[in-house]
Design a protein around this ligand. Structure first.
Ligand SMILES: Nc1ncnc2c1ncn2[C@@H]1O[C@H](COP(=O)(O)OP(=O)(O)O)[C@@H](O)[C@H]1O
Ligand SMILES: [Mg+2]
Length: 245
C-alpha cells in the first residue's frame, strides 16, 4: 500500500480504492442533512456516541471542513466573502474542501473499517448551490463524481423542521455571534431549502430518511437509532463478532 505520509500518497490510496474493494473493507458512512437549527450537529454527535458505546470505531466529522485544508476553505465560504462571486464559485469551493476531506479523513477511516458520521455532505451542495443557487446540475454531479468517488453515504438522515423554528434555534445557539453566510438568508430561502431536501429524499428513498426534527431530542435520537439498527444491525454485528473465537 502506498505511504500515507503525504497528500499525494493519500490521493493514490483513494484512487486505487475501487467501489467493489471499498465495499468489502469499509465501515458504514452516515450523513446528517437539513436546514439551520434542525439538529444535525446534536444528532450526529449523539449517534457517534451511541456507536462508540457499543465498541464501534467512529469518526465524527463535518462539512464544510473536517480536515485541515477544508477548514481553511470553510472559513472563506461561511464568512461570506465568496458570496459575491456567485453560487458556482461557492460550489467549486465546497468541492475543493470536500476533496481534501474525503481523501484525508473519510476514505482512510472507511478503509480502516471505522464508521463515519458526517454533519452535512453532498446533499447540502445539491440543495444550497444546486437548487437554491441554480448551479447547473451537470456541474454539481461532475464535482460530486470527482470529489466523492466511492465514498457515497450508505444512509442519510434529513432532519426536517419549519424554517422559523430552525432559525430561532440557530439564533439561540449562536448567542452574540453574527449569523453566517447561510444563516443570514431569508425565511423564504430556508423554506425553499426545506422543500428541496424533501424532493431529494423522495428521489432516493433507499438512502434518505426524513425525520421530524420538531420532536423532543430523545424521540429524534430514538428514531435515528431505530433506522440505524434496521439498516446495519450494529448491536447484533458486535455480538456475533464477540462470539467468534
Ligand atoms: N429535537 C430538538 N428539540 C429541541 N431543540 C433541539 C432539538 N435538536 C436540537 N436542538 C437544539 O437546537 C439547536 C440547534 O441544533 P444543532 O444540532 O446545532 O442544529 P444544526 O447543526 O442542524 O444547525 C441547539 O441548541 C440544540 O440543542
Ligand atoms: Mg450544526
Amino acid at each position: 500500500m502506498p505511504g500515507l505520509s503525504g497528500y499525494d500518497g493519500r490521493r493514490r490510496v483513494a484512487r486505487a480504492m475501487t467501489p467493489e474493494r471499498l465495499d468489502r473493507l469499509r465501515g458504514h458512512f452516515i450523513t446528517f442533512e437539513g436546514g439551520e437549527g434542525s439538529g444535525k450537529s446534536t444528532h450526529a454527535a449523539a449517534l457517534a456516541q451511541h456507536l462508540t458505546s457499543l465498541g464501534i470505531d467512529v469518526v465524527l466529522t463535518r462539512e464544510p471542513g473536517g480536515s485541515t485544508g477544508a477548514e481553511i476553505i470553510r472559513h472563506i465560504i461561511l464568512s461570506g466573502i465568496a458570496k459575491p462571486l456567485g453560487a458556482e464559485t461557492e460550489a467549486i469551493l465546497f468541492a475543493a474542501a470536500r476533496d481534501d476531506h474525503v481523501r484525508t479523513v473519510i476514505l482512510p477511516a472507511l478503509e480502516a473499517g471505522s464508521w463515519v458520521v458526517c454533519d452535512r455532505f453532498i446533499d447540502s451542495t445539491r440543495v444550497y448551490q444546486g437548487v437554491l443557487g441554480q448551479v447547473d446540475p451537470r456541474l454539481i454531479l461532475g464535482l460530486e463524481r470527482v470529489t466523492v468517488g466511492p465514498a457515497k453515504p450508505d444512509l442519510t438522515f434529513i432532519l426536517d423542521v419549519p424554517a422559523k423554528i430552525g432559525l430561532a434555534r440557530a439564533t439561540a445557539r449562536r448567542g452574540k455571534d453574527l449569523a453566517d453566510r447561510f444563516e443570514a438568508e431569508s425565511i423564504a430561502y430556508h423554506e425553499s431549502l426545506r422543500k428541496a431536501y424533501s424532493v431529494l429524499a423522495e428521489k432516493e428513498p433507499e438512502r434518505c430518511i426524513v425525520i421530524d426534527g420538531r420532536a423532543p431530542r430523545e424521540i429524534v435520537a430514538e428514531r435515528i437509532w431505530a433506522a440505524v439498527e434496521r439498516k446495519f444491525n450494529p448491536g447484533q454485528a458486535r455480538v456475533v463478532e464477540r462470539a467468534v473465537p
